[in-house]
Design a protein around this ligand. Structure first.
Ligand SMILES: *[C@@H]1O[C@H](CO)[C@@H](O)[C@H](O)[C@H]1NC(C)=O
Ligand SMILES: *[C@@H]1O[C@H](CO)[C@@H](O)[C@H](O)[C@H]1NC(C)=O
Ligand SMILES: *[C@@H]1O[C@H](CO)[C@@H](O)[C@H](O)[C@H]1NC(C)=O
Ligand SMILES: *[C@@H]1O[C@H](CO)[C@@H](O)[C@H](O)[C@H]1NC(C)=O
Ligand SMILES: *[C@@H]1O[C@H](CO)[C@@H](O)[C@H](O)[C@H]1NC(C)=O
Ligand SMILES: *[C@@H]1O[C@H](CO)[C@@H](O)[C@H](O)[C@H]1NC(C)=O
Ligand SMILES: *[C@@H]1O[C@H](CO)[C@@H](O)[C@H](O)[C@H]1NC(C)=O
Length: 853
């Protein structure tokens, strides 16, 4: 018996040989100190939830990372990266536990490029183990005490917070954990610009940083949620949030009850903080929550003592008893200078104003006593003359704890509901005006006022509706004719409808359904699918009023979807009405609105897609701008003029664009210009323009003086913007960028100067070769200057602009001085402070000075 080999041992022998020869991938969750993990091998957590291994997007940079084993959302979802900033250059590296007991990644030349760097005393037989939580742990075998762990990946988060990971501080060890975005999500894991970090000072809160600037804060934890995230649900059955603070630690973490539910918090490469949840049925990461969401989420949007309220117009308001520090900037919708007191404080006699539903001001420099009640807190604040306000720390059980601010109250915002109470110190006289405790009688006054306004508005709407109906009858025949003329586009729309893309139903006939037919409504799911669930990869840009995504319908047609920011301030019906009107505006120089999609309070506009994106991306790009020769530029100028003329005169509704600028000119395959974002003023209510332009003085570049100063808008303000655009197209320079290059003149001033000196051709972009007609260029410059004249009455209408552009015999007057908004007043250059730079002056001074030369 004993002599012969039995089949089993033979098999075992073969199997061992096989192992040593081929080093099949390590199919367990553990790496021992005698093993190494090569780039083609992985570790798998016990229930195959997470996988550890090397990955590469380029084949020239290799990273060690952890991803979900079962999720393949286009690409794998990487949740942790070891060597994000020091990649392996080839696939010939490996991971191992070295003799000092450190986890190291070794490169092709046997050099360690990354190390876990922990200090160990007895590095005997350590093991590396991957858990189902996604944690990678270096420890002694059979050692299950979490305190004895030598190193773990959960202590070094990358861009993702997984359940159980802590974001915050350990004061005993001085270790701080935060998440930092990738440089390019799903492409380049190296450290990006954005991070989400807990500030442990005062009442701890978490800040989102862009490089070294704070851009958003969560607000302090109020026992139930972050003060700045009112939509955060208190702990539910499926997810549990924890914010813990004591003298040893301060951290934020969350846990998921059902392990088969995947949820993570991460900051992406464009600075959006997102909670993503994997939806099994649709196999996509669902964006459950994100921030910053709106203008009021921007850190210090309204400055000190300002309150940001998305439901107000302008969004920046002063706390009652305060007024804008810089009324001019405030009127231009730039609230960042904040507010000052109407009445100085007189410590002993001051009172307090109660503000409800707010996000508490920044709490890094505050006094906190968690065992003090609100009454005692108020007494203490009143006694201390430098105390500017106070609030409860926690809101649960009627509120507890005391937080007191000294100095300015920063970054307050108001919510319709769900915020908390803040008591602000005011001079007694200001409190009397308002009434202490917010004044309940005041509230009822407000309600009455709102009631009256709503009543009046309803009446106006009714009158308007009757008028429109009456008008529509009269227009019926014109409409019929237009519909026939629409020809091709109408047919393609039919096609889309037959494919079931539009939810409106063609079968229904008769007058009563006319309205629905006029509203091409896209199904929300269609849009979601077309834009790949609004994925970041599909993002075309962040325009005014919302984010734009590229999408592709099942039929292969490309579309651009504008997801309107939530605070569009308009009801669904008005929105539908506006869309119906705008869909009818069709011209070869307007971007076509194909329709809209409405889902709950979410509104979306669907546009045709423009291959060459926007003019500014080409015109102001050093390398790309040379593709725009003079003929193309002239064609673009004429196209914009025709599109604008159509909006102003020829369309059935007179539309003032209000926000004409290079980034709103899109280019199709043949570089034909198409104006976009027209009608947004209607959709968003009349007095809102793009929030972004309002922020920085420089982007006022397209604003006519009468608008910048008095908020007066007319077709002539559009003409002004058109003039700026013309001069930008000719010179290839931004009106605004120009001003920072030359402290004295902006582009308009420069063009005007050259014109006066009869050197106007010097304005032309050097990247245009010599193949241009001098008279054409001069004509365009003259038109541009005529359009930017200071007095609106002097500017031509678009009809005469089109005429002047198209005929070289049309008579043209000599332009007068341009009106413009200068970044700084040249007379005060020397004494200028940084504040001076932000003031906007429509400048006769400059012009007179030029005339004198
Ligand atoms: C993994 O890569 C190594 C070289 O790095 C190679 O020798 C080995 O055959 C590969 N194993 C498998 C299973 O592909
Ligand atoms: C990397 O190499 C793999 C296999 O050789 C190849 O299929 C892939 O296209 C390469 N990727 C890149 C970005 O070069
Ligand atoms: C390996 O790493 C060492 C040290 O960082 C470096 O000097 C060497 O160039 C690397 N070798 C390769 C092939 O990347
Ligand atoms: C390890 O320490 C070295 C030297 O102190 C440092 O350059 C390296 O960045 C550290 N690596 C990690 C992963 O912390
Ligand atoms: C956990 O979630 C999965 C998938 O959603 C579900 O099938 C399962 O019943 C849940 N388990 C528990 C204990 O709730
Ligand atoms: C906090 O307030 C309580 C109650 O008023 C008081 O007893 C305690 O001394 C205070 N603690 C500090 C640190 O001020
Ligand atoms: C007021 O409170 C602040 C913050 O606690 C403290 O630093 C300051 O000394 C107090 N001033 C007075 C006069 O009590």
């Amino acid at each position: 018996m004993g002599g012969s080999t039995n089949p089993l041992s033979l098999f075992l022998l073969c199997f061992t040989t096989f192992l040593t020869l081929f080093e099949v991938s390590i199919s367990t969750d553990t790496l021992t100190s005698s093993q190494s993990l090569r780039t083609n091998q992985t570790l798998l957590s016990p229930n195959a939830i997470f996988e550890l291994g090397f990955f590469s997007y380029t084949n020239s940079t290799w990273y060690l990372g952890i991803w979900y084993k079962t999720i393949h959302d286009r690409d794998r979802t990487v949740v942790w990266v070891a060597n994000r900033d020091i990649p392996l250059q080839t696939s010939l590296g490996f991971l191992k536990i070295n003799d000092q007991g450190n986890l190291v990644i070794i490169n092709q030349s046997q050099k360690p490029i990354w190390s876990s760097n922990q200090t160990t005393t007895t590095p005997s037989n350590l093991i590396l183990q991957l858990f189902d939580s996604g944690n990678l742990v270096l420890k002694e075998p059979n050692e299950n005490d979490p305190k004895k762990i030598l190193w773990q990946s959960f202590d070094y988060p990358t861009d993702t917070l997984l359940p159980g990971m802590k974001l915050g501080w350990n004061f005993d060890t001085g270790i701080e954990k935060h998440i930092t975005s990738w440089s390019a999500t799903n492409e380049d894991p190296s450290s990006g610009d954005f991070s989400f970090k807990l500030d442990p000072r005062g009442l701890p809160e978490i800040f989102l940083w862009n490089k070294n600037q704070r851009i958003y804060r969560s607000g302090p934890w109020n026992g139930e949620r972050f003060s700045g995230v009112p939509e955060m649900q208190p702990n539910t059955d499926s997810i549990k949030f924890t914010f813990f603070v004591d003298q040893h630690e301060a951290y934020y973490t969350f846990s998921i009850v059902n392990v088969s539910l995947f949820s993570r918090l991460s900051v992406n490469s464009i600075g959006e903080l997102q909670r993503l949840t994997w939806i099994q049925s649709t196999q996509v990461w669902n964006k459950f929550w994100y921030a910053p969401k709106d203008q009021c989420d921007n850190y210090k949007e309204c400055g000190a003592y300002g309150v940001c309220d998305t439901n107000a117009s302008p969004v920046c308001q002063c706390i009652k008893g305060f007024r804008p520090r810089n009324p001019q900037a405030w009127n231009l919708r730039d609230g960042s200078d904040g507010c000052v007191r109407n009445t100085e404080l007189k410590c002993g006699s001051d009172g307090f104003l109660r503000m409800q539903n707010v996000k508490l001001p920044e709490t890094t420099l505050v006094f906190v006593n968690r065992s003090m009640g609100i009454v005692e807190c108020g007494e203490l604040c009143k006694k201390n003359c430098s105390c500017s306000g106070y609030a409860n720390v926690e809101i649960v059980n009627g509120g507890s704890g005391c937080v007191m601010w000294v100095g300015e109250l920063l970054d307050v915002r108001k919510y319709p509901s769900g915020g908390q109470d803040l008591y602000v110190r005011l001079a007694a006289s200001d409190v009397d005006d308002i009434g202490i405790e917010g004044g309940s009688h005041k509230t009822s006054d407000t309600i009455k006022a709102v009631g009256i306004i709503v009543g009046v508005a309803a009446f106006i709407l009714l009158a308007l509706a009757i008028f429109i109906l009456w008008k529509k009858r009269k227009l019926q025949c014109i409409l019929k004719w237009k519909t026939d003329k629409r020809g091709f586009s109408e047919r393609s729309q039919d096609l889309l409808m037959n494919e079931g893309v539009f939810s409106s139903n063609r079968e229904q006939t008769g007058e009563s359904n006319m309205d629905d037919l006029e509203l091409p409504l896209f199904d929300f799911n269609t849009i979601t699918m077309a834009t790949n669930n609004f994925s970041d990869e599909n993002k075309l840009g962040q325009g005014g009023f919302g984010i734009v995504y590229k999408g592709r319908l099942m039929e292969g047609q490309n579309i651009a979807v504008k997801r309107l920011s939530k605070n569009s301030g308009q009801g669904i019906d008005e929105f539908k009405n506006e869309v119906k009107l705008i869909v009818k505006l069709q011209h070869r120089n307007l971007v076509r609105l194909l329709g809209c999609s409405i889902q709950m309070d979410e509104k979306m506009l669907v546009y045709e897609y423009m291959e060459n994106r926007s003019l500014d991306a080409i015109l102001f790009d050093k390398t790309k701008r040379s593709s725009l020769d003079w003929q193309r530029r002239f064609n673009i100028i004429c196209g914009i003029a025709r599109g604008l003329l159509y909006l102003h005169q020829d369309s059935r509704f007179r539309i003032i664009h209000r926000d004409l600028k290079a980034s709103n000119i899109l280019l199709d395959k043949e570089m034909n210009p198409k104006i976009s974002d027209f009608g947004m003023a209607r959709i968003f209510g009349t007095d809102q323009t793009e929030a972004n332009t309002m922020r920085v003085v420089g982007t006022y570049g397209y604003m006519s003086p009468e608008y910048a100063m008095d908020g007066i808008f007319s077709v002539k303000s559009d003409v002004f913007s058109f003039g700026v655009l013309v001069l930008e197209i000719i010179s290839g320079k931004k009106n605004r960028g120009f001003y920072s290059a030359n402290k004295e003149l902006n582009l308009l001033g420069h063009a005007w100067k050259l014109w006066k000196e009869e050197n106007a051709l010097e304005l032309i972009d050097p990247s245009i070769d010599n193949s241009y007609s001098e008279s054409e260029v001069l004509r365009c410059i003259q038109v541009g200057l005529l359009c930017v004249q200071e007095r609106a009455e002097d500017r031509p209408t678009m009809a005469s602009v089109v005429l002047m552009l198209s005929s070289d015999t049309a008579s043209m007057s000599q332009p007068k001085n341009p009106g413009f908004c200068l970044g700084r007043n040249p007379m005060e250059t020397d004494s200028s402070s940084s504040k001076q730079e932000e003031s906007c002056t429509v400048n006769q001074v400059t012009v007179t000075m030029l005339d004198a030369r």
